[in-house]
Design a protein around this ligand. Sequence first.
Ligand SMILES: *[C@@H]1O[C@H](CO)[C@@H](O)[C@H](O)[C@H]1NC(C)=O
Ligand SMILES: *[C@@H]1O[C@H](CO)[C@@H](O)[C@H](O)[C@H]1NC(C)=O
Ligand SMILES: *[C@@H]1O[C@H](CO)[C@@H](O)[C@H](O)[C@H]1NC(C)=O
Ligand SMILES: *[C@@H]1O[C@H](CO)[C@@H](O)[C@H](O)[C@H]1NC(C)=O
Length: 780
Amino acid sequence: MKSFSSSFCFLSTLMAFISLFILSLILLPSALSTDGRETFIIHVAKSAKPHIFSTHHHWYSSIVRSVDTPHHPSKILYTYNRAVQGFSARLTVDQAAKIRHVRGVLSVIPDRPRYLHTTRTPRFLGLEDSFGLWPNSDYADDVIVGVLDTGIWPERQSFSDEGLSPVPGKWKGSCVVTPDFPATACNKKIIGARAFYLGYAASRGTTMEESNESKSPRDTEGHGTHTASTAAGSRVTNASLFGYAKGEARGMAIKARIAVYKICWASGCYDSDILAAMDQAIEDGVDVISLSVGADGYAPPYDYDSIAIGAFGAAEHGIVVSCSAGNSGPDPYTAVNIAPWILTVGASTLDREFPADVILGDGRIYSGVSLYSGEELSDELLPLVYAADCGSKYCYSGSLDSAKVAGKIVICDRGGNARVEKGNAVHVAGGAGMIMANLADSGEELLADSHFIPATMVGQIAGDKIRAYARSDPLPTATIKFRGTVISRSPAAPRVASFSSRGPNYRTAEILKPDVIAPGVNILAGWTGYIGPTDLETDKRKVDFNIISGTSMSCPHVSGLAALLRKAHPKWSPAAIKSALMTTAYNLDNCGSNITDLATGKESTPFVHGSGHVDPNRALDPGLVYDLGLSDYLGFLCSIGYDSRRISVFTTASVDCDANSLGAPGNLNYPSFSVVFHGENSVVKYKRVVKNVGKKSNPVYEVKVNAPPNVEVSVSPSKLVFSEETDSLAYEVTFMSGVGVEEVGSCPKASFGSIEWTDGVHLVRSPIAASWNLSSTASM
Ligand SMILES: *[C@@H]1O[C@H](CO)[C@@H](O)[C@H](O)[C@H]1NC(C)=O
Ligand SMILES: *[C@@H]1O[C@H](CO)[C@@H](O)[C@H](O)[C@H]1NC(C)=O
Ligand SMILES: *[C@@H]1O[C@H](CO)[C@@H](O)[C@H](O)[C@H]1NC(C)=O
Ligand SMILES: *[C@@H]1O[C@H](CO)[C@@H](O)[C@H](O)[C@H]1NC(C)=O
């Protein structure tokens, strides 16, 4: 959260998921309306239904009636029976407390709002028509991607169904028809579209009509159109934003079908609506769920995290659930959507830049980025001022002194308010241009924006020099040169975005998160026709495509890749698909160096990039996979101390933790390793099982260990011999902490390495993050 500002930390965290780009004014929502009732989600044990009730709905109605008072007739909003078992209802706190004691009720959780967290990307990812994952998956023909987001603008060319085969027979969903969402909105590309707003509307105590929000799946925000077209948009030639990033735009899975579930409204995405959408998506028959939404702040406990609970149900139904990690970097422990059955995606850069250089009066030139498309500045240098000397270093609207900024180029610090709002504030005060300069917390991370006035964004190093020049030179001057779209190896790509949320895993340190990184900076994809590219009310421009940034943008890239893998390998489990994406991910940038972190300028670590950057063509043929199923996840929940009652919130399957514990959560058959040394305990052992999915018969895999500094790693056995009869083999890793640990790294004390299995053809790589919990060491 620090990456945005310190003073506006709360607001910016809230907004982070709406995408980094947008910071329009939003009323802080509260689930408590004026009548003193809140929405609660009630999880029940399905089997506890008394026989006198013919349906679960009858049972739930009776539960609610039993706590009714004459003045407080309660109302059920949704009943759930696939993603979870139970219902949501409007209740007073007293009524909720009473329901907790009803037989068969497992938990009663207050409804919470969650927040929303491309031409070049297929090429950058190595996707080609002639070889690899695209032709081998038939572009995910017939695979269905459920996009839970702000809805869709169906008229965009990205959603054309030209050339697509009929709607897959397995599809059971439908499209709602409303005055602003006609039957023609759906076709063979958009095969389902529904809207879930009961929890949202109830929480606001107003009707949708009063707030002027359409109850349809139509996207009035842009985010959902962007994510849907990234995951599964059709091919569009000549796509661009004001000529920037011009080229052919394609989703990752151009033949996959899109099922739209609108869950996010003007002031948030409510758990009760998210669960209803997941329930529906499972019923409808989607193959992949793409969810660029998450909690603000630290990840909630799994059994209070509706996304984690719903994703568990989806995974049980064979659905891959791919989620954004959040935009709260670069602080540690910020990643959300971190349950082990979720595919958690961080954000990184492409090799495409939109350079806009700052030229100072003394001849120095600093590179920045911009999507400004209006009239250019003349070559003549203009006077330069630092906004901190003109009323507001962040350039808040209405707080700049016109007398000091009129006709000048104004340096505004990043943070505090929306980036595009700063340019607008400078414009209103009569300024001629803007240089937005990073502070330490965003480092060298550059995000391109479609500013109203000639404006560019520079990193902290350049920013400090420009600020110093503006304050020390007697007559400081500058201009900005816009250089369009440039694809090159300088700077190197990918680099991890500073905003990308990071590990260590806040809930279970033994599971490494995020899982992978994917493109999430300056991504071109479809946009709503309702509002301009900056999402500001004052922005009257309308665009078919927009360029925005966030882990919200990286998630649908990976959702689309999962759809391609689902088609290429119909029998693989969601965990196998995830394993393939993780063990084949790469860690070197396009200059051959280890991937760097834009927050520090130094090498990134597995706490930042997980297993690395997705490599779709290699994921097609990973050699080995780390598979996982229901009993593994139940064992995991047992291993972190959940009893059968807490576990019943996730599944109707019965569980006996005495018989089914992994021992330690680190024994979950995960494709990466996170080892935590506690106090005196300097030896940790993890078990794994790998399954051969390669085409080669009877392969022999040998291990190569890159031990993290200060850790001894041994793998037993070090050779895995597969045969016709044995397609799965187990191994054990022993991690031994060395001495001198207090010298390792900074907070948290950590070091990194990897384990690689190879048969000469495949390379199956798992990162190792070792950390020392020194607070549990009495002697240190
Ligand atoms: C809703 O729209 C009507 C008509 O356009 C307008 O008068 C009213 O102020 C709007 N209400 C809100 C809450 O925006
Ligand atoms: C491509 O798009 C631009 C801007 O949208 C438009 O001006 C131009 O005519 C288009 N070119 C073609 C060949 O369609
Ligand atoms: C990347 O990092 C690893 C581990 O820190 C190191 O062994 C390797 O030499 C580095 N590679 C390059 C190309 O710098
Ligand atoms: C470190 O150990 C302390 C004391 O045992 C414990 O409370 C804390 O949760 C541990 N932290 C991590 C990250 O495991």
